[in-house]
Design a protein around this ligand. Structure first.
Ligand code: ZN
Length: 148
């Protein structure tokens, strides 16, 4: 019999590791493209709506980069606030702007299942549920400091 919480934990780790691996691979690609000898620092933004365990992600980055030319590289991680744009009236707002208007457990639910955003969030100006997520999803490299 499988221990379900344990399986979920493993799947979660696979997710964080896959994200970390794609970041390391992207940094190595940029190094090659720009002919960098060393990368001193990489700044990474994690979207507020991205489901991720930051500690596991940080450990994975360290572990994966250890075996590469990036073993001395510093990875800084920051959270990027979610931003939305209404398709009806064009208004743009940040998550913090509407956080007061939704319940705490709803805010938490959105964090874990970003797809729920459309069921919970409404445009603060016109009330439309028809909006796009402009920022706050995914993991991306914001900047990179290297030596040629
Ligand atoms: Zn609107």
């Amino acid at each position: 019999m499988l221990n379900l919480p344990f399986v979920i934990e493993i799947l979660r780790m696979v997710h964080e590791w896959a994200l970390a691996e794609s970041i390391v691979r992207a940094v190595l690609d940029i190094m090659r493209e720009r002919k960098l000898k060393t990368v001193l620092e990489v700044k990474i933004a994690i979207g507020q709506l991205q489901q991720i365990e930051i500690d596991i992600f940080r450990d994975a980055l360290k572990e994966i980069s250890e075996g590469t030319i990036l073993k001395e590289t510093k990875f800084s991680i920051e959270e990027e606030e979610a931003e939305f744009k209404c398709r009806n009236c064009g208004y743009t707002w940040k998550f913090s702007e509407i956080k007061e208007s939704i319940k705490e457990d709803e805010a938490e639910a959105i964090h874990f299942i970003p797809e729920l955003a459309h069921a919970i969030i409404r445009c603060p100006r016109c009330g439309s549920p028809d909006f796009i997520v402009v920022r706050g999803r995914g993991v991306r490299i914001v900047s990179l400091r290297g030596i040629t």
